[in-house]
Design a protein around this ligand. Structure first.
Ligand SMILES: Cc1cc2nc3c(=O)[nH]c(=O)nc-3n(C[C@H](O)[C@H](O)[C@H](O)COP(=O)(O)OP(=O)(O)OC[C@H]3O[C@@H](n4cnc5c(N)ncnc54)[C@H](O)[C@@H]3O)c2cc1C
Length: 277
């Protein structure tokens, strides 16, 4: 169903003069001042100076979720709530689907925005604490990128280039995320920590063991860009701790010091290593 902007919120977005619904790929071509809107939960949450028009992506009619032998394709417009519901109906051997609710719960005030916020909107907003970034990176998600004619793809771990920045070029949109079946069949775990009980994540650490024994650990929210650490087999405690500690990009902001983020990431990774052992 097309997104209908909440009335009160629109009043606050004083620069916007146009709203149109994209139904074809050509409709996604943006005029100067236009931006795409998905759930609108972030776009409507603060002033958007310079934005004069919204182009609603939810009219594209993409299927939320496509299951195939290769894995799962998540439309950028799929809501977080729909993805959470899928975790209970996923194929039985997609054991890593159990991680989806944990990732969604890593969103601050998640219950208020799950039903509207989209997977693509969260990833394109690209906050370091982006919960769908954590999930996609944990499961080797691949970003499908569209412009008017060309398609390209890249790992979500590379799609997020900084706190709030992505690899999208002008005119490009995120079409969806493909999650490969080997990652969905892994045993996976996620841990989150925040300074306040319901605060924005200070660190999110994930780990998974693939059917071939490969181990993949990720750190998000604690580092400016996603950190992915791969091991051919199970790392020992010292090797994992060293890899997590030496990862680049731990940062300080009002939600935590860099040293604290580094330290808790080491602890959470070790908890996951033991759980998966
Ligand atoms: C109460 C509350 C709590 C929040 N907590 C968190 C949190 O803990 N962690 C966190 O990371 N974020 C948080 N956010 C911000 C959050 O990232 C977004 O609200 C939400 O995930 C964005 O999804 P959306 O579909 O509503 O995106 P929108 O608001 O519609 O769009 C977000 C941005 O992405 C762009 N965009 C959307 N879809 C696409 C696409 N397919 N291709 C290209 N560009 C696109 C838009 O142009 C816009 O710049 C919170 C927001 C609120 C209101």
């Amino acid at each position: 169903m097309p997104h209908i902007p909440p009335r009160g919120a629109v009043i606050d977005i004083t620069t916007v003069r146009s709203f149109r619904i994209a139904r074809t790929r050509a409709d996604l071509a943006l005029a100067p001042g236009e931006v795409v809107i998905a759930g609108g939960t972030w776009l409507m949450s603060e002033p958007q100076p310079g934005v004069t028009g919204f182009v609603d992506m939810t009219g594209m009619g993409w299927p939320d979720l496509e299951v195939s032998p290769e894995g799962l394709r998540i439309a950028a417009t799929c809501t977080i709530a729909r993805l959470v519901a899928f975790s209970a109906e996923a194929p039985a051997d997609w054991t890593a689907a159990a991680m989806i609710p944990d990732a969604a719960n890593a969103l601050l005030a998640s219950f208020k925005i799950w039903n509207t916020a989209t997977v693509g909107g969260n990833i394109c907003r690209a906050f370091a604490a982006g919960a769908m970034v954590s999930l996609a990176v944990a499961l080797d998600g691949v970003a499908e990128i569209w412009d008017g004619a060309v398609e390209r793809e890249m790992p979500v771990a590379e799609f997020v280039t900084g706190n709030g920045t992505t690899a999208l070029a002008a005119g490009e949109v995120l079409r969806g995320i493909r999650v490969p079946v080997h990652a969905l069949r892994s045993r996976a775990a996620l841990r989150k920590i925040a300074l306040a009980e319901h605060g924005r994540s200070g660190a999110v650490v994930t780990g998974r063991v693939d059917p071939d024994g490969a181990h993949v650990f990720t750190v998000t929210a604690a580092t400016w860009t996603p950190t992915v650490l791969r091991f051919a087999g199970a790392p020992d405690a010292a090797a994992l701790a060293a890899a997590v500690r030496e990862a680049p990009g731990y940062y300080t902001d009002p939600l935590g010091w860099a040293d604290w983020r580094r330290g808790v990431s080491v602890v959470l990774a070790e908890q996951i290593r033991r759980e998966l052992a």
